[in-house]
Write a protein that binds this ligand. Structure first.
Ligand code: 4AD
Ligand code: MG
Length: 429
């Protein structure tokens, strides 16, 4: 019977078949230890000379790393085996004998690995990250679905910018210039007015001009948007969602976190409430370390790191100067120079995980902002309509999936958090 490796523990003593690839092998006298992977895990197979036909033993000697194979044998509980179970082989067939595999178990440089990402993805660490990615996305969606949110898919090709005009990717659309979306937010505001609580989840694009460890040009964002939700409610929602997803990943992906040697105590700390500080308070924290940082400056990576070092869990920074935020941010009624914006800064120097806030809901003010930002008014006609027909306070946020994975997995660079990263100077493979 064909089983997957992660089901081996329920087949103790039974004869099973595994379909997979050779991960590694070693020999000791008349025994060959063959490590087989099938995507769900890795299992050790024992092949003993004299106990299998000579032909099978010869295959075990000849098989190369990453050859595809079909193996039959009996599952046996063994404390010493990695994973606690091994298979005593009775038959082994090679499906395709792999050429000399470029990735050996030794360490390789990132310059070597990135162009062979299609192969690098098979490694133990990378598969652990990908399973955590899957779990994160599932947990975010489960959280929102359970609260009655409706998933609304927003367009990828858009006539207008959301997050400023400097990071747009233009696309020729039958002779007209359109752009790859930077965020589904503006369309989310329309669907929230139709359905109340919505979210979109999809790829978003930014023509980032600098190489950093936290920027991709194509990344995935989960964006909830809620009618009648104000700034404090946006923070409550983001906090509840983050606590839930961390709990689910700790529960369901502890093996993968262990494979990544992640210090889980850091994640177990992620409990409510998250501190909520104003931009002004964040500035005074930064100024204790960086004297030349002034009120009004936007935060760079080093500043976010300074803030995160102050706390053992994510922290909300709200009410940034309106001048450093996007055109759609509602102003603080108590201080018109500030915006009702909020960022969630992650722990351990990971930087901004979430950006969001309350949206401008007054027609004339929004029109003025569009003009101040020198945005093409015509492209925003439909967006302004939302303020003409039943406008209401509303807000939401965007969670960057890749940065959140990098934090959860404890890896420094987000290029390893997506199957095929797109960055400045990299679109292959
Ligand atoms: O702060 P940002 O730009 O917010 C928005 O796009 C809002 N329109 C979202 C909303 O309110 N619905 O981006 C949100 C998050 C950031 O906090 C960060 O985690 C991630 O998206 N992000 C990136 N991740 C990887 N590479 C990039 N170039 C990113 N830019 C933003
Ligand atoms: Mg932001």
């Amino acid at each position: 019977m064909h089983i997957y490796i992660n089901e081996a523990n329920t087949h103790d003593g039974e004869e099973v078949t595994i379909k997979g690839w050779l991960y590694n092998k070693r020999s000791s006298g008349k025994i060959r230890f063959v490590l087989v992977r099938d995507g769900t895990g890795i299992i050790q197979t024992v092949i003993v000379q004299g106990e299998v036909p000579d032909k099978v033993f010869a295959i075990a000697d000849a098989i190369t790393q990453e050859s595809s194979l079909i193996l039959t044998g009996t599952v046996r509980k063994d404390q010493r085996a990695p994973g606690g179970y091994e298979i005593v082989c009775t038959d082994l067939k090679i499906v395709q004998r792999a050429e000399e595999y470029p990735i050996s178990p030794k360490e390789h440089s990132i310059e070597f690995l990135l162009p062979i990402r299609h192969l690098w993805l098979r490694s133990k660490k990378q598969t652990a990250i990908m399973r955590i990615r899957h779990e994160l996305i599932k947990a975010c969606r489960d959280f929102l679905d359970d609260q009655g949110f409706v998933n609304m898919d927003t367009p990828i090709l858009t006539p207008a910018s959301v997050e400023g005009t400097t990071t747009l990717f233009p696309v020729d659309y039958y002779g007209e210039t359109v752009y790859l979306t930077q965020s589904g937010q503006l369309y989310n505001e329309a669907t929230a007015a139709a359905l109340g609580k919505v979210y979109c989840f999809g790829p978003t694009f930014r023509a980032e001009k600098s190489k950093t460890r936290r920027h991709l040009t194509e990344f995935w964002m989960l964006e909830p948007e809620v009618a009648y939700l104000e700034l404090d409610g946006v923070m409550d929602l983001a906090e509840d969602m983050m606590v839930y997803v961390i709990k689910m990943i700790l529960e369901k992906r502890s093996d993968d976190l262990a494979a990544l040697e992640r210090d889980c105590s850091k994640l177990e700390n992620i409990k409510k409430p998250f501190p909520r500080i104003t931009y002004k308070e964040a500035v005074s924290i930064i100024q204790k370390k960086e004297k030349d940082f002034s009120f009004g400056d936007d935060f760079g990576a080093p500043h976010e790191t300074i803030i995160s070092e102050h706390f053992d869990r994510p922290v909300f920074v709200h009410r940034y100067p309106a001048a450093v935020k996007a055109f759609y941010m509602k102003r603080d009624p108590d201080d018109d120079s500030l915006s009702l914006s909020v960022d969630m800064i992650g722990p351990e120097g990971i930087g901004e995980l979430i950006g969001g806030g309350q949206r401008e809901d007054d027609l004339d003010t929004l029109l003025k902002r569009i003009q101040e930002h020198k945005l093409p008014e015509a492209a925003y006609g439909w967006y302004l309509d939302l303020r003409k027909y039943g406008s209401c306070p509303h807000g939401g946020f965007g969670l960057g999936i890749e940065r959140t994975i990098a934090w959860i997995c404890g890896i420094k660079h987000i290029r390893e958090t997506i199957p095929f990263p797109r960055m400045l100077e990299r679109v292959y493979p």
